[in-house]
Design a protein around this ligand. Structure first.
Ligand SMILES: Nc1nc2c(c(=O)[nH]1)N[C@@H](CNc1ccc(C(=O)N[C@@H](CCC(=O)N[C@@H](CCC(=O)N[C@@H](CCC(=O)O)C(=O)O)C(=O)O)C(=O)O)cc1)CN2
Ligand code: MET
Ligand SMILES: [Zn+2]
Length: 735
């Protein structure tokens, strides 16, 4: 019999129990024992539910209080400490120590903490990080498979002067021996790093061979992209491949593997009920080549990236809900697939087939008006009507700004008061008119604060938005939104990605009335604030029945309608955030060009209709720009704000190099992810560095991202210092 396996489970809890337990612990409202108890309960529920769903191989050791990379660094002795407080200090920083850097986990919206290594890095194993949960599950009567981030992926995702792979082999070998001694018969080595370019194949093969000496089966798991072919030659007891992202690998794998093959046929990154016939075609091919005993049926990757239960979403359109599969439904799909291998296939598959065909033929997925508009686009529709120098002159003539204009990225603190008002609105205990009044008052406060501080280009603060993507998803046609569909973004922070199921259009203005209210309160220019098409696409669960580029064009046209309406209402500056542009980049170089082309085109299309004297801003965070400068140039935004604070303005080298980025640019002067308040002197120094790199004429002054996660106690002084630093630099001699 083919077996079923799961690579990892969601861990934040169906009602974000872990989030609330963490925040209670951090705030000192609960002790470590309470947090541990919540964690144990979440692990137990996850294991038991997976087992009850008929999953043969249930993972352990994938649970984390914050992040699995931090856990690995902790358990390998790369970061120090003893207590939970010590552990969280690495994640959140302390008064005296900054946290580890945080960045995107491959091309997902999950963030991991980046361990920093030294060439002579010592390692010291804390095997109990994995043996503990293994024994905990065993005590519940469940045999689990420990999940360990493999040595190559750990090394590749770390920073600093890295030791050679061979330096990690002894500590991993010791871990494998400990796991075997604790009763594990197999271990899942997660190596998504082997799905990136430039894998050192020979070095990896050598390290892997060394690890196979341990008395335990090694299940090597790759996902998110096609694995480097070296994996087919390794003596792994089992090899896992992501056949959703990279089905083309199957043929080569079937010819080459000597152990078991784990087929990632259920999408672990998206929420659609699977076409089980497509999955079975792959499973059948594997069974024919290897026999059932050597086949495992699994999701493509860990289920960390999907919510818990679609069945719970009773508020969804009754036509659409059956199209969805979250964790629970995916577990059931695995079970059905395994059963279908030697059961009555037609009977078993009938319900899933009905869903797939209903979705395919639904009127929801096909709006002729949207299709007509997208189909009628021509190259001229993707360009502003005047080149940057002309636009620049027209914009300065319309609104004179000082040198080094100051602004912010959009959001102001999402205070508990704001979140509570939204909760009360949803619960029906706050009337819509009262909520509206409350938000208008919030906006007035944000505007008055910015005037007091002396910023030049203001924002309304985004208090009406639960999230910069979800807010737009809720107002666009073609989207559904869940109630409980939370997915971990980092630490205790979660997002609820909207579900893009159909053709997208904008029935009515989404932000104009908030903008009008904000602008009515000030003489200063008020920026319109929109999320761009690529970021909406990237941070939503997106239909998989047409190319993402096509969906993105529809989004661009919908947001273009909003740009037009903001402009008509009188907005001088409109910001279209593309925070996720870089993150959407495919992992393999071979696929990157095509993506960047349509992604940049989508941005251009969104803002193309703006008049020359309308100033288009965009914002990007988490961006390594060096390898994509030409594309950033092609965005042709009038003003671009980017994250730069952590690198001492080094990012700006890319903008000052041979390309000589022509438009205006606002390097983020301080890191909003940290509660630290930057001093005037420090900001002034960074501004001077920036000036040296790109010149004063093109520079804007701003933080590196929105302020929504910060409190007012931090925001007030930080912005005051920012404006003071700009004033000092204006008065200083040009460098
Ligand atoms: N989609 C997306 N991806 C992104 C980012 C982003 O902003 N959005 N930024 C980066 C990641 N950064 C992030 C920064 C903050 C949060 C964040 O604050 N998330 C909130 C949830 C945001 C939200 O939707 N809030 C709802 C409130 C939902 C909620 O918790 N409601 C409570 C009640 C609220 C209360 O009483 O306090 C309930 O229902 O019980 C709202 O504002 O309306 C959280 O985890 O706490 C997430 C990601 C990259 N990826
Ligand atoms: C993650 S990018 C955030 C941009 C958004 N305008 C904000 O300020 O929150
Ligand atoms: Zn940002």
């Amino acid at each position: 019999m083919a077996r079923t396996a799961v690579l990892g489970l969601p861990r934040v809890g169906p009602d974000r129990e872990l989030k609330f337990a963490l925040e209670a612990f951090w705030a000192g409202r609960d002790d470590a024992e309470a947090l541990e108890a919540t964690a144990r309960e979440l692990r137990r529920a996850g294991w038991e539910q997976a087992a009850a769903a008929g999953i043969d191989v249930v993972p352990s050791g994938d649970f984390s209080f914050y992040d699995q990379m931090l856990d690995t660094a902790w358990a390998l002795g790369v970061v120090d400490g003893e207590t939970l407080e010590d552990y969280f200090a690495h994640a959140r920083g302390t008064a005296t120590r900054p946290p580890l850097e945080m960045t995107k986990w491959f091309d997902t919206n999950y963030h991991y903490l980046v361990p920093e290594l030294r060439a002579d890095q010592p390692f010291a194993l804390r095997a109990e990080h994995w043996t503990g949960p293994l024994r905990e599950a065993a005590a519940l009567g469940l045999m689990t498979r420990p999940v360990v981030i493999g040595p190559y992926t750990f090394l590749r995702l770390s920073k600093g002067t890295k030791p050679p792979l061979s330096a990690l082999v002894p500590v991993y070998a010791e871990l494998l021996r400990e796991l075997a001694a604790a009763g594990a018969t197999e271990v899942q080595l997660d190596e998504p790093g082997l799905a990136l370019d430039d894998v050192p194949a020979a070095e990896y093969a050598e390290a892997f061979a060394e690890l196979t000496r341990a008395p335990i089966d090694l299940c090597l798991a790759t996902y998110f992209a096609p694995a480097d072919p070296v994996v087919f030659t390794l003596p792994a007891a089992e090899l896992h491949l992501d056949l959703v992202r990279a089905p083309q690998q199957l043929g080569a794998a079937l010819r080459a593997v000597t152990g078991r093959l784990s087929l990632g046929v259920i999408d672990g990154r998206n929420v659609w009920a699977a076409d089980l016939d497509v999955a079975l075609e792959r499973i059948d091919a594997a069974v024919a080549a290897l026999g059932t005993d050597r086949v495992t049926v699994a999701p493509s990757c860990s289920l960390l990236h999907v919510p818990y239960s679609a069945a719970r979403e009773t508020g969804l359109d009754a036509e659409i809900r059956p199209w969805l599969a979250f964790r629970d439904e995916k577990l059931a799909e695995l079970r059905t697939l395994a059963a279908a291998l030697d059961g009555d296939r037609d009977a078993l598959l009938a319900p899933a087939r009905a869903v797939v065909s209903a979705r395919r033929t639904s009127g929801h997925t096909n709006d002729p008006a949207v299709r007509g508009r997208a189909g009628g686009l021509s190259p001229a529709d993707y360009a502003r009507s005047a080149p940057f120098p002309e636009r620049h002159a027209a914009q300065r003539a319309r609104v004179p700004l000082p040198e080094l204009p100051t602004t912010t990225i959009g959001s102001f603190p999402q205070t508990p008061e704001i979140r509570a008002a939204r909760r009360d609105l949803k619960a029906g205990t706050l009337a819509p008119e009262a909520y509206e009044r409350f938000l208008r008052a919030q906006i007035a406060e944000v505007v008055s604060h910015q005037e007091q501080v002396g910023l030049d280009v203001l924002v309304h603060g985004e208090p009406e938005r639960n999230d910069m993507v979800e807010y737009f998803g809720e107002q666009l046609d073609g989207f559904a939104f869940s109630r409980f569909g939370w997915v971990q973004s980092y630490g205790s922070r979660c997002v609820k990605p909207p579900i893009l199921y159909g053709d997208v259009s904008r029935p009515q203005p989404m932000t104009v009335r908030w903008w009008q209210h904000a602008q009515s309160l000030t003489e200063k220019p008020m920026k319109g604030m929109l999320t761009g098409p690529v970021t909406i696409l990237q941070w939503s669960f997106v239909r998989d029945d047409q190319p993402r580029g096509e969906t993105c064009t529809q989004l661009a046209l919908a947001i273009q309608d909003e740009v037009r309406d903001l402009e008509a209402a009188g907005a001088f500056a409109i910001q279209v955030d593309e925070a996720a542009l870089r993150e959407g980049l495919p992992l393999r170089r071979a696929d990157q060009d095509a993506y960047v082309r349509w992604a940049v085109d989508a941005f251009r299309l969104t803002v193309a209709t703006a008049r020359p004297d309308t100033q288009i801003h965009t914002h990007m965070c988490y961006s390594e720009f060096n390898e994509m400068m030409e594309h950033i140039v092609r965005l042709d935004a009038d003003v671009l704000s980017i994250e730069a604070s952590r690198s001492d303005m080094e990012v700006l080298d890319a903008f000052a190099g041979e390309l000589d980025y022509p438009n205006e640019i606002g390097p983020g002067l301080y890191d909003i992810h940290s509660p630290r308040i930057p001093s005037v002197e420090e900001l002034e120094r960074l501004l001077e560095l920036a000036e040296r790199r790109v010149g004063r004429e093109r520079l804007w002054v701003n933080p590196d991202c929105g302020l929504k996660t910060r409190g007012w106690a931090e925001v007030r002084p930080a912005l005051t210092h920012l404006v003071a630093a700009a004033q000092r630099r204006r008065a200083a001699v040009r460098v």
